[in-house]
Design a protein around this ligand. Structure first.
Ligand code: G4P
Ligand code: NA
Ligand code: NA
Length: 194
C-alpha cells in the first residue's frame, strides 16, 4: 500500500537492524485518516469470504482492526493480555513468547465472544516472528472458529512470521513488506521479489 509505505519513509525510524519505530502514526500517536484507508484496503482484500468477525490483539492492533470492522460491517473482538481481575471467568488462555521483548505473556479470549459459527480475520500492526499471531490462532481454534486470514500493516519479511503462518495454510496479507532495516535505512520488498 503506497500510502503506508510513504508514511513509513517519511516518519518511521529504524532503531537498528531489527526494530522500526512508528510511534508518530501507529504505536503511540495514531493517524486516523491512514487507519481509515487501511480499513478499506483490508475490507476490499478480504471481501466475499463470509467473514463474521475481526480479531486483534491489544493494544496497537485495535485502531486498524476497528476501521476494518467498520468497513466490513462486522464486530471486532480484542484478545487481551491482561484479563480483568474481576471478570476472569470463562476464558480461553494461551501463553505467547515475545522475541522482541524477551518475555512471555498470557493471551485470553472470552468463551462468549467467538464460537464455531465464526469465520474470523486477524488484524495486527506488526508481523515479526509470528508468535502473537500464532497465539491468536490457538485461541481461535479453542473456540472452534475458522480462520480466513491475517492482515498486518507492517511485515518484517526478514523474520520468520510469514512462513510460520503459511505452513499452517493461513493466508497472510501485509500492506508494507520490509526487506531490510539499518541505521537510517528502510527498504521494502520490491515487486519482482514478491
Ligand atoms: P511476534 O509476535 O511477531 O513474534 O513479535 P514479537 O513478539 O517480537 O513482538 C512483540 C511486540 O513488539 C508486539 O507488540 C509487536 O507488534 C511489536 N513489534 C515487533 N517488531 C516491531 C518493530 O519493528 N517495531 C515496532 N514498533 N514494534 C514491533 P506488543 O508488545 O504486542 O504491543 P502493542 O504495541 O500491540 O501494545
Ligand atoms: Na502489536
Ligand atoms: Na506493538
Amino acid at each position: 500500500m503506497k500510502l503506508l509505505e510513504e508514511k513509513i519513509l517519511a516518519e518511521g525510524h529504524a532503531l537498528d537492524e531489527n526494530i522500526l519505530k512508528v510511534d508518530s502514526f501507529i504505536n503511540h500517536k495514531v493517524d486516523p485518516q491512514l487507519m481509515k484507508e487501511i480499513g478499506k484496503e483490508f475490507a476490499e482484500h478480504f471481501k466475499n469470504q463470509g467473514i463474521t468477525k475481526v480479531i486483534t490483539i491489544e493494544s496497537s492492533g485495535i485502531a486498524p482492526a476497528l476501521t476494518t470492522a467498520i468497513e466490513m460491517n462486522i464486530p471486532l473482538v480484542i484478545l487481551k493480555k491482561q484479563p480483568s481481575q474481576v471478570l476472569n471467568q470463562d476464558l480461553y488462555h494461551t501463553e505467547v513468547a515475545s522475541f522482541t521483548k524477551g518475555t512471555s505473556y498470557e493471551l485470553t479470549l472470552s468463551m462468549h465472544q467467538i464460537d464455531e459459527n465464526d469465520h474470523v480475520l486477524i488484524i495486527d500492526d506488526f508481523l515479526a516472528n509470528g508468535e502473537a499471531a500464532t497465539g491468536a490462532l490457538r485461541l481461535i481454534r479453542k473456540a472452534h472458529a475458522t480462520i480466513a486470514g491475517i492482515g498486518v500493516l507492517i511485515e518484517k519479511a526478514f523474520q520468520p512470521g510469514r512462513s510460520k503462518l503459511e505452513e499452517q495454510m493461513i493466508p497472510v496479507y501485509s500492506l508494507a513488506r520490509i526487506s531490510k532495516l539499518g541505521k537510517d535505512l528502510i527498504e521494502f520488498v520490491s515487486e519482482h521479489q514478491e
